[in-house]
Design a protein around this ligand. Structure first.
Ligand code: PA5
Length: 447
């Protein structure tokens, strides 16, 4: 289960203020739990951990087994935003850091595409597909998003050309809306196996639907444990209490933002395995809270790496941020620093120590330094990195996001701002139906 420690904020805020924000957080908790708030038709994510049927888990595992028996070596997972970041986060956190170099895992390699429009990336993906027996999971709730649609057209053509249309139908799985969208139409026509993104679950809350579960299972990880960890968290966070970790997190971050002008929250981890946890979390909080001219800007760093790049700013620059540190209490692996008779590097004082001990001392030293420098610090901790704790982290941040956005006074479940760039892009690409906008944008550019 996820634990929270707000001790690193106590020198910055008054106890009475925190109590006041805890009260606000409990009111927001009531709105979320009674399902009476803005966007309440998008609350399907709340009971995914406890409500996911065994049959769905089994279907994901069956596809994994089927593709292995077909000799598939490479799975291209196509999707963007919420249709990509959760799975990417889990695969990065759970994989051996050098899996590719070691050819580790015994499972199929999972790579991601359709999350950008870079021609070079796409060409390099084609290079890879030419070398490896390839299958594809294409994920788009709307079924119409341009980036994954472009990538899918290219990957689909490669798979059809290489293995024939009938085998392609067995090597392509779509995750999309139950009824509508171009991807649904195409899947029906081609006979692809499909999974449904539930109507009442938005992209950034969809990691525990087949959007995340299928790619994570294909990468060889235990999605039952992922769901079990999330289910434990679902139960823990359903308790209406000031000790509820999501309530405490939502209360403190809103207090720091609204009363102390902290405009930026930096999600910190001390392991590169959590780099994409930062990316997933940024989308979750950025898209959920950043609207109506409100919101806390979500940033992320991996220390100690980024202490040597952004550490200076955090310690000493504009005092606009607070940190939320995701702590992993125990490393899954052990490496002890050896002794050297010459000691030319003068590191013998660390001989016999675990590398993780140095990391823990760096973390503690950073906490004290940043607090001294005027940066409040919240801490979220889990025992170790595995499927179960990752499931708990996903659910914790989703639930806390709902509570937090309701304190802030925004609808956590819409994303009207995402459309603006798309309209301009379609006009510039001269998409049919955008003729008026094309004319207008060309006139604007000619000014
Ligand atoms: O969280 C969201 O809703 C978005 O980030 C979407 O996931 C993203 O835009 C991709 O949309 P779709 O799955 O419809 O292709």
């Amino acid at each position: 289960m996820v634990k929270i420690n707000i001790g690193g904020c106590s020198s910055f805020v008054k106890e009475t203020e925190y109590k006041n924000y805890l009260e606000k957080a409990l009111q927001a908790f009531d709105v979320l739990e009674s399902e009476t708030g803005a966007g309440n038709d998008f609350l399907g994510w709340k009971h995914l951990p406890s409500g996911t049927p065994e049959s769905l888990v089994k279907e994901c595992e069956d596809i994994r087994d089927d593709w292995k028996s077909r000799g598939v070596e490479l799975v291209v997972v196509i999707g963007i935003g919420g249709s990509y970041l959760g799975a990417k986060c889990a695969v990065e956190a759970l994989s051996h850091s050098f899996a590719r170099e070691l050819r580790h895992g015994g499972s199929m390699d999972v790579v991601f595409a359709g999350n950008n429009l870079s021609e070079e990336y796409t060409a390099e993906l084609v290079d890879l597909m030419k070398e490896k027996s390839t299958a594809c999971v294409v994920i788009s709730k709307s079924g119409t998003t341009t980036e994954p649609a472009v990538a899918f057209r290219i990957v689909k053509q490669h798979i059809e050309d290489t293995y024939g249309r009938a085998e392609a139908a067995a090597r392509i799985v779509a995750v999309t809306d139950a009824h509508k969208g171009a991807l649904k139409t195409l899947s029906t026509q081609e006979g692809y196996r499909t999974f449904v993104v539930p109507d009442n679950v938005g992209g950034r809350f969809s990691v525990l639907t087949p959007v995340g579960l299928l790619p994570i299972a294909l990468a060889g990880f235990d999605i039952r444990a992922l769901l079990a960890g999330a289910a434990e968290e679902e139960k823990a966070l359903s308790e209406r209490s000031e000790d509820n970790a999501a309530v405490a997190y939502a209360a403190m971050r809103n207090l720091l933002h609204s009363e102390y002008g902290k405009a930026i929250e930096v999600l910190v981890s001390f392991t590169p395995k959590f780099q994409y946890l930062g990316e997933w979390w940024k989308q979750l909080y950025g898209e959920s809270e950043g609207k109506d001219l409100k919101g806390i800007y979500p940033a992320s760093v991996v220390y100690t790496t980024d202490l040597h790049s952004l550490g200076q700013f955090v310690q000493d620059g504009a005092r606009v941020m607070f940190e939320t540190v995701v702590t992993v209490e125990k490393s899954n692996r052990s490496v002890i620093i050896g002794s050297d008779p010459q000691n030319l590097d003068q590191l013998n004082y660390l001989a016999g120590r675990h590398v993780e001990h140095c990391n823990a001392m760096a973390q503690l030293g950073t906490k004290l330094a940043h607090i001294d420098g005027g940066v409040p610090q919240l801490e979220i901790s889990v025992e170790s990195i595995n499927e179960k704790t990752l499931g708990a982290i996903f659910y914790f941040f989703e639930f806390a996001c709902g509570v937090s956005a309701y304190i802030l006074g925004v609808n956590p479940f819409n994303q009207p701002g995402v459309e603006a760039y798309k309209k301009n892009m379609f006009a510039l690409l001269e998409k049919p139906g955008f003729e008026e906008q094309t004319k207008a944008i060309k006139a604007r550019l000619a000014e």
